[in-house]
Design a protein around this ligand. Sequence first.
Ligand code: DGY
Length: 323
Amino acid sequence: MSKPQAIVTRRWPEEVEVRLTEHFDVQFNRDDEPMSPEALRHAFSAYDAVFPTVTDKIDADVLAVEPMRARLIGNFGVGFNNIDIDAAKSRGLVVTNTPGVLTDTTADLAMTLLLSVARRAGEGERHARSGDWTGWRPTHMMGTQVTGKTLGLIGFGRIGQATARRAHLGFNMRILFFNRSPCAKDVCESLGAEQLGSIEEVLENSDFVSLHCPATPETRHLINAERLAAMKPGAFLINTARGDVVDEAALCHALDIGQIAGAGLDVFENEPEVSSGLLDRENVVLLPHLGSATSETRIAMGNKVLENAKAYFAGAEPPNRVV
Ligand code: DGY
């Protein structure tokens, strides 16, 4: 029996690309250049399955292509805000994502940012390399203590909880969180976490605020000028979720006027562009969307896409079906 034809929009770890060829007749993107909207449209009319990733914009226009051959979108990523889900549904496409396998990696990175910005690690590293370091002194580059402080989480799904676990068990932090649905009592207790009734209450009471909500029309600019003003003076904002959850211009202003002490950001409103108001600041730590970027996790993400696609083409329910 001939294999289904599939196209992968960006490079994947080699071992998963090899594994894909065992089950699909695959077109790879060997030079790893982002595909244009036209190329994406063509992909949907020429392949049975399209395997995009979180930076490929699969919007209504791309999905309006005629004829539509694709039946499956296997997104390489847990977030699927790059895909117009309603349009995919109306074209009869099944969409899958990769939850679970990047939880720990992303929580590790949230802690990396939190520790780095509090302890001025980015700034210190630049200083050590610059040749300007004149030696240890009692007042040199004093940062902010992390251990024992309060961490506020906006969103308490898998990654929010994994971040809470690290912060509470590793750094004895008090955990507050806002989440739309209630969290089971035993989960809260094991993480020393307290669910509050509003985002504002979390912001007002936290020394660090870390964002773990999905990007949806409702969460766009969830952290805006008013909410930044509601944060404790001296608090830090950490974002490993999606860039447009934060109004980046408002964040730059809040940093300019010293309303908050700093920010640790892995995601940006207009990736890969980073606001100039962030680039020249010492009190921000900036990473290029590395949340899930370990070899182990990227291989596991590729395997998840494959597992879902294999199930779909075998006539079974894909384990991580979004629609
Ligand atoms: C995802 O999977 O949504 C991540 O942002 C990729 O790191």
